[in-house]
Design a protein around this ligand. Structure first.
Ligand SMILES: [Zn+2]
Length: 212
């Protein structure tokens, strides 16, 4: 569902550009609203959420999809934890559809899907592992890398129940905005994938904005 935001970028308390292939990590406090802005279009933002109070509580694709009865995420979606509590609400969305079934790219899946020689290529899972290694104070480890949301990524379900990575439906300036219902660790890998159309074969920066 397309829903525009009333928030003004100039009034944001925090703004940061995340380079193509880089990660972003920040605690968003309950009541704050944050936006992921697709600056140049067709850029997947592979995102994990954890409760800042207890990171063993984290985003759950199963609970989110089951409770809303819809496999796709957009404005109106309540993003739920593995304790079935609402972590964040998607309050605005000008892209209209986000994936939470396709998973993040990894060197392992790149070799299975594309070629053994792709093993050395930079992948979202590597960016997340780097983020948790560089931020030990969060107490996250490899076991905490679980299912995620691929914002701006177009992964339609086929009539026979398969998944396909299709050309993106996002475009320059499209955004998705969430209001936190609990203090939430936001961990984004700005996807470096070059083997499928999720980034238009050209990874580009995204911008993060936070309003109090
Ligand atoms: Zn990726």
């Amino acid at each position: 569902m397309i829903k525009e935001s009333n928030l003004k970028p100039d009034a944001a308390q925090f703004r940061e550009t995340v380079a193509a292939g880089d990660y972003f990590l920040k605690v968003v406090k309950a009541g704050q609203t944050f936006r992921i802005l697709d600056l140049e279009g067709n850029q997947a933002a592979d995102t994990l959420f954890y409760s800042a109070e207890d990171p063993s509580e984290r985003y759950s694709a199963m609970d989110t999809i089951r409770e809303q009865g819809n496999a796709y995420l957009s404005a109106g979606t309540r993003l739920r934890s593995n304790h079935n509590r609402v972590m964040l609400d998607i309050v605005a969305d000008t892209c209209g559809r986000h994936d939470t079934l396709g998973g993040a790219c990894a060197t392992e899946s790149n070799t299975v899907r594309y070629d053994l020689e792709k093993r050395h290529m930079h992948a979202c899972r590597d960016s997340w592992m780097l983020a948790i290694a560089e931020n030990e104070e969060l107490g996250l480890s490899k076991r905490d890398i679980t299912h995620n949301i691929n914002f701006f990524m177009n992964v339609p379900i086929t009539p026979d129940g398969g998944l396909t990575f299709e050309d993106g439906i996002s475009a320059p300036g499209k955004y998705v905005e969430m209001k936190a219902q609990m203090d939430t660790i936001v961990l984004i890998s700005n996807c470096p994938q070059l083997n499928n159309p999720c980034n238009g074969y050209n990874p580009t920066p995204v911008e993060i904005l936070v309003w109090n």
